[in-house]
Design a protein around this ligand. Structure first.
Ligand code: NAD
Length: 250
């Protein structure tokens, strides 16, 4: 395994579970010192130093960075991965849910980045990767607020890439389709027939299977890598062909 992150320090939000956990594993394997900002430590202990942080709360983010700076004077990589979902249409979405989803997914990304950017500016290998979603570019039923929030994460990625180009900070995003994480398991557990619900999700993707969390993590790590110093303002779809392919029904 290449140790291209040796000597580099990374913060991953939502590192306790799912995609963030796989990124923590992968970055550690490649030599990085990893800090996980999360509301729960989850399973990150073997890969990342846990710092309690609710990205939906400005004071919590400020405290987390103060804690981080006690352990590290430098930061090279920020992975804005924590996010929440919401399953409904505009007709039924409440103002409370709209504010909550936009606050965590969009403002949370900006809030953490705001504290990270002064540190990243001093790095020779500065990179931010935001976890958006295929819902940012495709109409997925019953995900009004979530889709709007991830569309905003994608365009925020472009704005940040432009604003911080001269600072030497690359900013990119990934757009995962349905990925086999505890998030999806929880979602399936809520449906009356979770097996049928899983089959329907699998059928929605041309490859006929959910995306593996490690496949998303590999793309995030690719974008964060100092070996990709020319990649900025890009979103990679990791979606089993969902966005671009049209497969005739058998
Ligand atoms: P997950 O539930 O397995 O992990 C999410 C992690 O984020 C958890 O550890 C949780 O504690 C943490 N978190 C939640 N709210 C937080 C907050 N306010 N502050 C800090 N941490 C918080 O979910 P996942 O599937 O790994 O999702 C990670 C990201 O990937 C999310 O942004 C999600 O929108 C995105 N995504 C997931 C899928 C999918 O199908 N799983 C598809 C597209 C995009």
């Amino acid at each position: 395994m290449d140790k291209e992150f040796l000597g580099l320090t990374a913060i991953i939000t939502g590192a306790g579970s799912g995609i963030g956990l796989e990124v923590a594993k992968g970055l550690k394997e490649r030599g990085a010192t990893v800090f996980g900002f999360d509301i729960n430590q989850g399973d990150m202990a073997a890969y990342a130093t846990f710092i309690k942080c609710d990205i939906g709360d400005a004071a919590s983010v400020e405290n987390a960075f103060a804690e981080f700076k006690k352990s590290s004077k430098t930061l090279d990589v920020l992975i804005n991965n924590a996010g929440i979902g919401s399953l409904t249409t505009v007709e039924h979405e409440t103002d409370e849910i709209w504010h909550k989803v936009l606050n965590i997914n969009v403002v949370g990304t900006a809030r953490v980045s705001k504290h990270a950017i002064p540190l990243l500016r001093a790095s020779k290998s500065a990179a931010i990767v935001n976890t958006a979603s295929i819902a940012a570019i495709d109409g997925i039923p019953n995900r009004a607020a979530y889709s709007a929030s991830k569309g905003a994460v994608m365009t925020l990625t472009l704005a940040m890439a432009t604003d911080h180009l001269a600072d030497g900070i690359r900013v990119n995003a990934v757009n995962p389709a349905t990925t086999d994480t505890p998030w999806v398991k929880k979602l399936l557990d809520q449906s009356a027939d979770s097996k049928a619900a899983r089959t329907a999700l699998e059928a929605r993707q041309p490859m006929g299977r959910l995306v593996a969390p490690a496949e998303i993590a590999n793309a995030i790590i690719f974008l964060a890598s100092p070996l990709q110093a020319s990649v900025t303002g890009t979103a990679i779809n990791i979606d089993g062909g969902m966005h671009s392919l049209r497969i005739p029904k058998k």
